[in-house]
Ligand binder design. Structure first.
Ligand SMILES: Cc1cc2nc3c(=O)[nH]c(=O)nc-3n(C[C@H](O)[C@H](O)[C@H](O)COP(=O)(O)O)c2cc1C
Length: 179
């Protein structure tokens, strides 16, 4: 069977390390994973980690083309699915507003039918009315939300906002894609 292809859009949050684990698990499950990192994501985790586990070049800059003049970011729409992990409040807001100023938001503008986002933020951010409005906008635009869960946050207490575990995200994607 032909490998399913997926763009893994990585935002800049403390849960970035889980995105590396998800990239690895998706690859082991037979997906071709194409990592896309925002600038902020690259402050938390190196593109090299994603390249190592996926064996694909990470896209870290949306304003480049390859030697044939092709933009990897605009090709992101040709894949079977896109997942944003972690989906930060900032990324959710930008996508809800239709911005495309970095590799992840631009890929989101051309995202395929199967599209997922995995919010991760502290409980104050998660409860913020504007964030909640932006989450609803994404859901209405057929972005399937996975998580967040109620659990230990980086702040040192337990509350809603913890990103879903990579295994949970993987199973949701596999189920939806019937893979
Ligand atoms: C240590 C640290 C951890 C952060 N964790 C989160 C987080 O879990 N969720 C979130 O929405 N923002 C978090 N932020 C804020 C984002 O990094 C910031 O809004 C960033 O601009 C988001 O960029 P992005 O659009 O590339 O995701 C954190 C900031 C710092 C300094």
């Amino acid at each position: 069977m032909k490998a399913k292809t997926i763009v893994l859009g990585v935002g800049g949050g403390i849960a970035c390390f889980k995105a590396v684990m998800l990239a690895s698990q998706l690859t082991q499950r037979g997906f071709q994973v194409f990592p896309f990192l925002t600038q902020a994501a690259q402050s938390f985790v190196q593109a090299l980690s994603f390249e190592g586990v996926t064996q694909n070049r990470a896209v870290t800059d949306h304003l480049v083309v390859d030697d044939k003049g092709i933009s990897a970011t605009l090709l992101a729409g040709e894949v079977d699915a896109m997942v944003i992990v972690p989906a930060t409040a900032d990324l959710i807001g930008k996508i809800a507003a239709g911005f495309g100023g970095d590799s992840v938001t631009l890929a989101a503008l051309v995202a395929p039918k199967h599209r997922f986002f995995c919010p991760a933020m502290n409980d104050r951010m998660w409860k913020n009315a504007i964030v909640q409005r932006n989450v609803r906008i994404l859901e209405e635009a057929n972005w399937k939300r996975i998580g967040p869960e109620d659990g230990p946050l980086a702040e040192g207490y337990s509350a809603p906002g913890r990103m879903a575990e990579p295994e949970t995200i993987l199973e949701s994607i596999v189920q939806e894609l019937d893979f």
